[in-house]
Write a protein that binds this ligand. Structure first.
Ligand code: ACM
Ligand code: ZN
Length: 553
């Protein structure tokens, strides 16, 4: 009882102090928002009113209320009365993610033309509730500020990537990551599933991919080339059942998962499992110079250090058969329109000295090994197109000629994206200088990171449509995405440390119109944003000078 009284006082205090500042922090900031004098009280007597079409969204609202605040509300499919949160569909919006949200004394009204929009409205509503768990789920009252909001995103593709290969992250964390994506109104999770250091997706037809390819005998210690090797057998993978569960979890939150199956480079783990995929099946895997190795040094091995490796897929018949079989299983698991096929960082050393590769270049009338890479990607594109899917590749797929229907993910700066968009190819911007969240966010970073310096301010001021791009081609930029490579990110709280608060800044880049963005406003909202992270149970970075100033230190 005492506990409850205290938490009520705390909640009231929070509410009053919030009112005193007359400040509502919604991230990303909505397109139009009016703060009114009204207040709505969420209590155990509040009901969620749904229609058949919005029942699922009502259940999702309850999931989040339970997860974040510790209570659920009754869900009713009848005419609203009393203290009501009403979720409904109404025609009239072309953008399926657009929504209306109004909060007055008795009613919270969320409507949209599509359930995706209702879900976005729910995310905004959740951010209006004071960020604290209730002490007793049968006795509480939470004050919600009155608002009128009309909101929709600036970009249709709003993505977050996670590399689960350099370090493995279990299903629980992947789901948490999907919630971070949903709660900040992103809509795409790019799941990087195969690499030199580990293959992470079960493929029934090729069991050695996970029996052998998902495990390495050790990992270098510290920053490359490292101070030694830890000698710890390390790895993990997702079963197909787990993947189905994650895809379902994401779909319930209107998040599309785009799987990435890397080719022709970054293939060491697949080759360790099936050496015949290499140009030289009998050559042993080489560790990079100056790095320490643990375990057997002969035969094909899963890599233990970071980098780019010359033992790549050989474009021969059995390799294409293998990749098509793998993709068949991937397509069964992932309903996404896009499949990411990698395409980056493929050294041509082996292709140059491989008899088969050289013969193929001549036979197909290709110019050189870049032409062969282009042939490789074209072949896979044709296969995936025949299955009704489209490919995304890193910007190296431009080299030697772009596959006809490919979308380019521009990571080596903006040039690849500009070139692809100029030729009417769709583009997702992930330029490393703005969107690589494995970079440090302070010049005083004391943990080991990959390097690079991408401050919160730099992310906030990023513009996905490059200034140099001809205006009529802007429509080919679908949006942007942050990438999280995990060479130096070993566990979930460090992922969180790298993504927060930069992910919140990127959410405004992608959602909020230019004239509603304000670095000063965003910066001064950081303490509120941190309280949201705490509510989510997330770690975050808070040591930059920008942030100290925002906190008045
Ligand atoms: C990449 O960072 N190699 C796409
Ligand atoms: Zn070859």
């Amino acid at each position: 009882m005492k506990k409850m009284t205290l938490s009520l006082i705390a909640i009231s205090f929070f509410f009053l102090s919030g009112l005193a500042q007359n400040k509502v922090t919604i991230i990303p900031t909505p397109v139009k928002m009016e703060v009114t004098k009204a207040t709505f009280l969420v209590t155990p007597k509040t009901h969620i009113y749904v229609t058949e079409a919005t029942r699922h969204e009502g259940e999702m609202l309850n999931e989040y209320l339970h997860q974040l605040y510790g209570f659920r509300l009754p869900v009713r499919a009848e005419s609203p009365s009393g203290s009501a949160i009403v979720l409904s569909l109404k025609d009239g919006e072309a953008n399926p993610e657009a929504y209306h949200l109004s909060v007055d004394e008795n009613t919270v009204n969320i409507y949209a033309s599509d359930t995706r929009g209702v879900f976005m409205g729910i995310q905004t509503f959740l951010q209006l509730i004071p960020p604290m768990r209730v002490g007793n789920p049968s006795v509480f009252q939470l004050f919600v500020q009155g608002v009128n909001i009309y909101d929709y995103p600036q970009f249709g593709y709003r993505g977050m990537h996670l590399d689960v290969c350099r370090h493995f992250f279990d299903v629980n964390f992947v789901k948490k990551y999907i919630d971070y994506i949903a709660m900040q109104k992103f809509n795409t999770f790019h799941w990087h599933l195969t690499e030199d250091q580990g293959w992470r997706i079960e493929i029934k037809k090729y069991p050695k991919l996970t029996e052998i390819g998902a495990w390495r005998n050790g990992t270098i210690i510290g920053r490359y080339p490292g101070t030694g090797n830890d000698g710890i057998y390390y790895g993990g993978y997702y079963t197909q059942e787990q993947i189905r569960d994650v895809v379902r979890y994401a779909a319930e939150r209107h998040i599309t998962i785009i799987p990435e199956i890397e080719m022709p480079g970054h293939a060491s783990a697949a080759i360790a499992a099936y050496p015949e995929l290499s140009c030289f099946p009998d050559e042993s895997t080489k560790a990079p110079e100056r790095t320490a190795w643990y375990g057997p040094t002969t035969g094909k091995q899963v890599q233990q250090a970071w980098g780019v490796f010359p033992d790549v897929f050989c474009p021969k018949e059995n390799t294409f058969k293998f990749l098509e079989d793998v993709l068949d299983e991937v397509l069964e698991l992932f309903p996404s329109k896009y499949i990411h096929i990698g395409g980056d960082e493929c050294p041509k050393d082996n292709w140059k000295r491989c008899e088969h590769c050289q013969k193929l270049i001549k036979e197909k009338g290709l110019k050189d090994e870049n032409g062969l890479q282009s042939y490789f990607i074209h072949t896979i594109e044709k296969y995936l197109n025949s299955k009704g899917r489209n490919i995304i590749g890193w910007d190296e797929i431009l080299e030697g000629g772009l596959a006809p229907n490919a979308t380019v993910m521009s990571w080596r700066g903006e040039a690849g994206g500009i070139e692809a968009a100029s030729h009417n190819h769709t583009v997702i911007m992930t330029p490393s200088q703005y969107a690589y969240f494995d970079h440090t966010q302070t010049q005083k970073e004391d943990s080991v990171t990959i390097g690079g310096f991408t401050s919160l301010n730099k992310v906030y001021n990023y513009k996905p449509i490059p200034a140099q791009l001809e205006a009529s081609k802007g429509k080919f930029i679908l949006g942007a995405q942050a990438n999280v490579w995990t060479e130096y990110i070993h566990y979930p709280s460090k992922v969180e440390y790298h993504i927060f608060p930069r992910m919140s800044a990127l959410s405004e880049v992608l959602w909020t119109p230019e004239d509603r963005k304000s670095w000063d406003r965003f910066k001064s909202s950081l303490p509120d944003i941190y309280r949201k992270y705490t509510l989510w149970g997330a770690n975050y970075f808070k040591n930059s000078e920008e942030v100290w100033k925002a906190e008045g230190k």
